[in-house]
Design a protein around this ligand. Sequence first.
Ligand SMILES: Cc1ncc(COP(=O)(O)O)c(C=O)c1O
Length: 471
Amino acid sequence: MKNAGENVLIVDKVERKPLHVQIYEQLKKQILSGKLLPQTKLPSIRELSIELSVSRNTVEYAYQQLYTEGYIYSKPKSGYFVAVLDSDFVAHPANVTSLAIEQVAEGGVTYQYDFHPASLAPDSFPSKIWRSLYIDCLKEQSIQFNVYSNRQGEHSLRREIQLYLERSRGVFCDPAQIVIGSGLQDSLTLIAQLLRDEHTMLAVEEPGYWIPRSVFSNNGFELRTVSVHENGLAVEALKHTGSTVVYVTPSHQFPLGYVMPAENRMNLINWSKMVGGVIIEDDYDSELRYHGKPIPALQGLHPGGNIIYIGTFSKVLSPTLRINYMVLPHRLLRKYNQLFSDYACTVPLLDQRTLARFMEQGYWERHLRKMRNIYKKRYEAIIQAVDRHFGSSAQIVGQGAGLHIVLTLRDTRFTENEIVRRAQEKGIRLLSLADAYLQHRAGYPQFMMGFGGMQPADIERGVAQLYRYCL
Ligand SMILES: Cc1ncc(COP(=O)(O)O)c(C=O)c1O
């Protein structure tokens, strides 16, 4: 397609991405970059379909999506035109400092090579199946649109989660102990409110995930940091904090990736028995283990104990759904029922029912296998690329699972912040490990490098580029 500004659209029929998505993405990019100016008339559906040798439906889908998102508007009998967008959304061509960085609708920045640890494979969501299951649920006679659904979440979903957890994570519970929520922050907010009568401190892993820190401190808890070594949380150090609540990621320590061995798990459980301590076990990505079997959860070692187990659908299915779950020990369940009797479940009923069917009909297990394969290839690509380009100048910590690795650079002349900035200027996003520390940290520069959102070939190119700006 050529029009004002000689903008060209190219569709690649070999690529796996659907053609209408390719057209939609390119047009959106041209609109946001200011290459397609407001009020510019787009070619008619017929013209563009002939020009690109695609069906009219393909172009129509692309235009529909742009129309729905407000990038274009239509005039009766005249066709589609580029909308006037809020100036915050549109990058002025003269202001674009790097070709690799482009403005996106949310006003943020997308990177050519995005190594953010939370980046996931785009286009992997099973939309077709999800849509069909969602419609089936919508047609169900038993859906009542005039009442609030169960506070802890749909029974059918809790039942599926219980079966899945028992089968693959060794978690033992009853569906009555499961509370569906809309993400870690939602579950932790409830937990903080459940615990704050009897506890005043939260011990957290150092380095560790930042969400529990902010949720608990926002709820009046003091934070105590506990160091992490190759066996995970240092339980001896935990004992000296005086805290009676601890947040841990034993199956894949965030961010270092260490797995807590059985002996240290028993030490932690013994600590909990000794001080009446509560363990919050965040099992966020243990499905994604690329070698050997996933490690059973801590909860399964002491199902009657004071362990709150938390899992999520964000990593394997989608963070956009905002669906997670926690398993409460019986003692806290009673308190939960007293405290939150007026609360409603935060996840929409139809999403819960759709997910329950997705699990019941075997799609979840299938999707899990598919995603594990995709991410395994990406994981291998990053390990090989780091080895090929950095060689002995870099060390990788915590291997074999999850969606990111931690890279340590021993021979660089730059600081961690300088490297993050230099990479960013070239369109590469990495996160400094300092973000995972509460206290100041000395030592070699370290980075979290996510590999979930990029194809193996891009990972290879991204690591090669990064090497040039790091040493
Ligand atoms: C350590 C950790 N826990 C939990 C989660 C999942 O959070 P949520 O269920 O809110 O998406 C993440 C997501 O990145 C994480 O890194």
